[in-house]
Design a protein around this ligand. Sequence first.
Ligand code: HEC
Length: 127
Amino acid sequence: MRKTGARLKTFMRVACLLLPVAGCGESVPRVPVSGADPVRGKAAIERYGCVACHAIPGIANPGSNVGPPLNRFAKRAYIGGVLPNVPAELVRWLRDPPQADPRTAMPDIGISEPDAKDIAAYLYTLD
Ligand code: HEC
C-alpha cells in the first residue's frame, strides 16, 4: 500500500513536470486566412525576396540567417516574440514589423495587404 502511494506520488511529479511542456508544444487553433491563397503566397515570398534574410521551407534560399528560419511557423506561439501568432497579427507584422515592435530588425518592405494575407496563408502551411 505504502509502495503504491509512493509510486503514485512519483508519477504525479513526473506528469506535472511534463504537462506544461506538452502545453507549450500544442498548436494554437487558427482559422484559415480568409480570401488568401498559399500558392499566390509562395510566389509573393519569392517576389519580395524574403529568403535574403530567412530560410523558408519550399522556397529556394541561400540559407540566410539574418532572421529566424520559418520552418514549423504554424506551430510558433509568438511572432517576433511580441504578437500572438494568429492570422490578423501576422498580416499586421508582415505589413509593418517596426510598427509592431520598434526595435525589430525586420524592415517594413512595403507589402500590400492582399500579398500579406497570401504570404500568411503560405506560412501557416509550414507545420
Ligand atoms: C532584411 C532582413 C529581412 C527581410 C528581407 C525579411 N525579414 Fe522577416 N525577419 C527578419 C528578422 C531580423 C526577424 C526577427 C525579428 C524579431 O524577432 O524582432 C524577422 C522575423 C520574421 C517573422 C517572425 C518570425 C518569428 O519566429 O517570430 C516572420 C513571420 C517573417 N520575418 C517573415 C518574413 C517574410 C514573409 C518576409 C518577406 C516578405 C520577410 N520576413 C523579410 C528579417 C527580415
